[in-house]
Design a protein around this ligand. Sequence first.
Ligand code: ZN
Length: 74
Amino acid sequence: MACGKCLGFHGPMSNYTSLALSIPRQAELFSCRNCGQLLEIGALARFPIFLTPEQARDNFPDGGWTADDPSADG
Ligand SMILES: [Zn+2]
């Protein structure tokens, strides 16, 4: 669940960790340092998109990042 910092994303980017870039999507994947929520920020987007780990893996398949996923097997 997104926290207040996510919902007020206009704050400093230092609140977020950059995890991956997607050239085809022209977007960057971040995680909130406060709650761990995954966010996708498009180059032209004014607001973040909140992603589930499944969505994030689909959108950023080459990111080499990991996210908590209780269904993951190894
Ligand atoms: Zn958050």
